[in-house]
Write a new protein. Structure first.
Ligand SMILES: CC(C)(COP(=O)(O)OP(=O)(O)OC[C@H]1O[C@@H](n2cnc3c(N)ncnc32)[C@H](O)[C@@H]1OP(=O)(O)O)[C@@H](O)C(=O)NCCC(=O)NCCS
Length: 248
């Protein structure tokens, strides 16, 4: 295998976040605009802000959530070891192992929605995150109860390196850990990645087409902000998927 996995150091996160944006924009996965909006057309600031938040999260970990970033690099001397012109790695993933849910749905939704500007855009984002979070929680509780679970915070291969088994390597790393811990893995998949996940043992639990209804009684300004957010972010389809732990 010409690619190997390595841990990501906290100081590498800005480069990882920049690569993540490039990967999710090539081609654009619409859900990425919801999770990682670019405000005032300032792409560099959006990357710097996300990287700072991610570094903060890694330096001040939640005791109930283990987060691990891993990166795939081309093995020395192998084909492609010149790596991409832009980045020193070819793909990365953030694996998340949750022992206990430590924030309420409301707190989690509010924190994500704050990535969008106050007003109609934030209101819109908050309703989207509420639906996504409730859908995953409902499905997970039905299947896995309140037991610990694994998830993916991010997962990408640089466009130039796709279809060479890098996604498989990044996926296997976390699934092996999940099996060792005896826990199920839950993800919110983008439709194009569904066949990939199915080949890794995930089954589709629910398909959500985000269609939040604009509340009545908004001011003209807030209603216009809501409409602009709808225009720039939707349509989004999210697929809730689960892979049950394989115990040996
Ligand atoms: C989803 C994603 C991470 C897959 O990464 P990848 O490195 O291309 O994954 P792999 O190479 O392991 O597998 C991809 C396909 O290539 C095939 N493949 C694997 N190794 C191969 C090889 N050596 N030669 C040819 N094809 C190969 C696999 O069969 C697989 O097919 P499938 O998608 O029908 O299952 C990548 O497409 C990506 O970054 N997409 C944008 C971001 C994204 O959508 N992330 C997931 C959000 S839910």
């Amino acid at each position: 295998m010409p690619f190997t996995l390595k841990d990501v150091a906290v100081e590498e996160l800005p480069e990882i976040i920049a690569a993540e944006r490039y990967a999710f924009e090539t081609p654009l996965q619409p859900i990425f605009r919801l999770y990682c909006p670019v405000l005032d057309d300032d792409r560099a600031k959006a990357i710097a802000d996300s990287a700072a938040k991610e570094q903060d999260r890694v330096k001040n970990p939640d005791p109930n959530i283990e987060r691990t970033w891993i990166k795939a690099v081309a093995s020395e001397g192998s084909e492609g070891s010149e790596a991409s012109a832009q980045f020193a790695f070819v793909g990365a993933a953030e694996w998340i192992f949750v022992t206990e849910e430590s924030s309420s749905v409301e707190a989690a939704v509010e924190s994500l929605a704050k990535r969008h500007p106050e007003g109609g855009a934030r209101l819109f984002a908050s309703q989207c995150f509420q639906v996504l979070r409730e859908t995953e929680d409902r499905n997970r509780t039905l299947t896995s109860g309140t037991r610990p679970y694994a998830s993916l915070g991010s997962f990408f291969t640089l466009p130039e390196y796709r279809q060479r088994g890098i996604g498989h390597l990044l996926m296997q790393w976390g699934l092996q850990k999940a099996d060792e811990k005896g826990i199920d893995t839950w993800i919110e998949a983008a439709p194009p990645a569904v066949p990939f996940y199915q080949r890794h043992g995930f089954i589709q639990k629910e398909v959500t087409q985000l269609q939040p209804q604009r509340p009545d009684g908004l001011s003209e300004k807030v209603a216009a902000e809501w409409d602009a957010a709808v225009e720039s972010i939707l349509p989004i389809t999210a697929v809730t998927m689960c892979r049950l732990a394989r115990t040996h």
